[in-house]
Design a protein around this ligand. Structure first.
Ligand code: HEC
Length: 197
């Protein structure tokens, strides 16, 4: 009886040592005690475009697909982050940034009551559309190096889609692009986001 107890206790003790040993080994192997940056980040970083050509379907869903699920009301809430610098109602004055009424579909960095745009943005040329607004709002600096818009960007792809849907509802109302196939089986395509308020 005693002997058996000793044997059991012995094995339990040995087991304990093994566990401790293993945890030391594994923590040194996995660097659990060090705050290292993982080689491959598990989530998208604002402004870091998915590396082209890597083959992996990395990066956010296409803007068209996100817009199909976007919610302009949520975008209005997100627009709270923009309000320090931007107005959006028709005829409202420019602030630190230009008034944004009807900006979707308009030529970049033009009009807006004579707002003094940066050369960086003026140099881009072209019109604002859903895709380049998505890019712009991911990281204004990456989109137009030297821009006056000192705003880090919206890291969440859905936040961007919502805010773009909101911008579109304010004086633009452009038709949303058709979602790209191969993504989720057409969820709710009724696109309420495009409804004018
Ligand atoms: C700190 C102030 C600031 C914040 C915050 C800010 N912006 Fe801007 N925004 C600017 C300035 C300044 C410009 C002009 C940029 C330039 O000329 O380079 C601009 C330009 C723009 C333009 C281009 C307008 C045009 O006519 O070409 C859009 C679109 C825009 N901002 C959207 C947004 C949205 C959406 C947000 C919030 C998610 C936001 N901005 C947050 C200051 C700001």
């Amino acid at each position: 009886m005693d002997k058996r107890f000793n044997t059991i206790a012995g094995w339990a003790f040995a087991g304990g040592i093994a566990v401790i040993g293993f945890s030391i080994l594994s923590s040194s192997y996995f660097h659990a005690d060090q705050n290292e940056r993982p080689e491959k980040m598990g989530y998208a970083i604002a402004g870091v475009a998915a590396e082209a050509g890597a083959g992996a379907p990395a990066g956010p869903e296409p803007i068209a697909n996100r817009l199909a699920q976007a919610d302009a009301a949520k975008g209005e809430a997100t627009f709270g982050k923009c309000k320090a610098c931007h107005t959006i109602d028709q005829g409202a004055p420019n602030g630190i940034g230009p008034n944004l009424y009807g900006v979707v579909g308009e030529a970049m960095a033009t009009g807006r009551g004579g707002f003094a745009f940066s050369d960086a943005l003026k140099g881009k040329g072209g019109k604002w559309d859903f895709a380049n607004l998505d890019e712009w709002l991911t990281s204004p600096k990456k989109f137009a190096d030297g821009t006056k818009m000192s705003f880090a960007g919206l890291a969440d792809p859905m936040d961007r889609a919502n805010v773009i849907a909101y911008l579109n509802s304010k004086g633009s109302n452009l038709p949303l692009p058709a979602p790209e196939a191969a993504a989720a089986p057409a969820a709710d395509t009724s696109a309420e986001a495009s409804e004018a308020p």
